[in-house]
Design a protein around this ligand. Structure first.
Ligand SMILES: [Mg+2]
Ligand SMILES: [Zn+2]
Length: 192
């Protein structure tokens, strides 16, 4: 079933394996490396005035593998490299904590939507594993999977929408947006 293409109220990104290369339990800002095309993808949304956020599981905090200050330093580096996000929602828990925010639970998506003042069902979640699209589904949001070589084939098969990369995911997100007269003018001038 194809999704209705309409402007999303916000786009929420998984962090590891989606915006930056996944280094398990990384607490070192110097090892933060953006995925190719991440900055451009985010800037397209910023340019359209679409709020963007990060929704990330960081169980390394609960496991004592990442200090909260190190997590903050890594996230600061993410913003330094990829630009500012309108909202960050982080789950520091592990499976045994049975919290409501660790993806595939919907808590991070619901909290991000609430902080942005938008409805979860008007949000898009972009992530690299099944947990991300399951969290989207549980929150009533639209989920788009951008697989990496580490993504399981069954997760790809189960995803409602799959994009080969972030640029393609943003194409899906923005696909139905009509250019405004102002945009058209800019395009024409740029083209001429
Ligand atoms: Mg991930
Ligand atoms: Zn949690």
């Amino acid at each position: 079933m194809s999704q209705p293409a309409r402007r999303p109220a916000a786009v929420l990104f998984d962090r590891d394996g989606t915006l930056i290369h996944d280094i398990p339990y990384n607490g070192d800002p110097d090892r933060v490396a953006p995925v190719a095309g991440a900055r451009e993808a985010l800037d397209r949304l910023r340019g359209k005035g679409v709020p963007i956020g990060v929704v990330t599981n960081q169980s390394g905090v609960a496991r004592g593998l990442i200090a909260p200050e190190a997590l903050r330093a890594v996230n600061d580096r993410v913003e330094a490299l990829l630009g500012p996000f309108d909202v960050w929602e982080i789950c520091p828990h592990d499976d045994g904590d049975r919290c409501g925010c660790r993806k595939p639970a919907p808590g991070l998506v619901l909290r991000a939507a609430r902080r942005l003042g938008v409805r979860p069902q008007d949000c898009v979640v972009v992530g690299d594993i099944g947990r991300d699209v399951e969290a989207a589904r549980a929150a009533g949001a639209r989920g788009i999977l951008v697989p990496t070589p580490a993504t399981l084939p069954e997760e790809v098969a189960a995803a409602p929408e799959v994009a080969p990369g972030l640029a393609a995911a943003i194409d899906l997100v923005l696909g139905g947006i009509q250019l405004t007269a102002e945009d058209e003018g800019r395009t024409t001038r740029a083209g001429g």
